[in-house]
Design a protein around this ligand. Structure first.
Ligand code: B12
Length: 214
């Protein structure tokens, strides 16, 4: 099957929340030697965003959203090893979390898998993580970077709280920050004083490497 046809199948598998089909598409991607990252971003992630739009318009409901998330997680699980397999020499250390009040962690998982391929060590604190916990680990582990993901407009404010708390602890500037997540923008990053914003996983990698080189 061609790459474009497989991408179409990936999107469709998310829209109809068909885990079996999604797994087959993911396995076919690897068998055909296609880039799993492209399939994730242009296929499965594009599909789950369409699911989110339908949910936002009241055309799908929470149980479907939950099934779609489960399908997405199965797919990222299949791709994870391939994405994480090519790690290079150690370039830095970072801590990553989805902010408090927010359980969305699919995008965070993809970003982390890709960042690890660049030889950056990542401590994944998971989801729904408080600012104090993030700062505690960042200080203990002497990290170079903190990455946070926020998917709800109501939890983005935690990213601002992180900047404020880093200032209070005298860590602002010493530890660089990166923000992301669907509602997050460059404008938001500038407004709160974050060091970088990334729209997707590949931009996240580039920004992380830039920050580590400064
Ligand atoms: C899957 C999903 C869920 C799953 C999450 C499962 C999981 N383990 O993650 C479940 C079903 C649990 C869920 C629950 C809810 N959800 Co929801 N969910 C989604 C959905 C459909 C997809 C999110 C996703 O995985 N996208 C795919 C990934 C790959 O994309 P991504 O996360 O954006 O990540 C990419 C970039 O943003 C970037 N990135 C991400 N993080 C970072 C970090 C850094 C540092 C950088 C640089 C880059 C970066 O790179 C990633 C890869 O390219 C979105 C729709 C959407 N458009 O986002 C709604 C959405 C986010 N959810 C929404 C809502 C309302 C909810 C609920 C409140 C619903 C409810 N009534 O309970 C709850 C909230 C629970 C909570 N407290 O967090 C709304 C939010 C609206 C808003 N304005 O805030 C959305 C937008 C749907 C909608 N249109 O209404 N959800």
């Amino acid at each position: 099957m061609s790459k474009d046809a497989l991408i179409k199948e990936a999107i469709e598998s998310m829209l109809i929340c068909d885990k079996e089909k999604a797994i087959k598409v993911a396995e076919q991607t690897l068998l055909d030697g296609l880039d799993p990252f492209i399939m994730l971003t242009e296929g499965f992630s594009a599909g789950i965003r369409q699911v989110g739009d339908l949910f936002g318009r009241g055309q799908l409901f929470l149980p479907e959203l939950m099934v779609a998330a489960d399908v997405m997680q199965a797919v990222t699980g299949i791709f994870e090893q391939t994405l994480g397999g090519k790690s290079a020499q150690k370039k830095g250390k970072m801590v990553f979390a989805t902010v408090e009040g927010d359980v969305h962690d699919i995008g965070k998982g993809i970003v982390i898998s890709l960042i690890k391929t660049q030889g950056i060590e990542v401590i994944d604190l998971g989801r729904d993580v408080s600012v104090s916990r993030i700062i505690e680990v960042a200080a203990q582990e002497n990290v170079d970077l903190i990455g946070t993901s926020a998917l709800l407009t109501t939890t983005m404010v935690e990213q601002k709280k992180l900047e404020d708390e880093l200032k209070k602890h005298g860590l602002k500037g010493k530890v660089k920050t990166m923000v992301g997540g669907a509602p997050v923008t460059q404008r938001w990053a500038d407004r709160i004083g974050a060091d970088a914003y990334g729209e997707d996983a590949s931009e996240a990698v580039n920004k992380a490497l830039e920050l580590l080189n400064q």
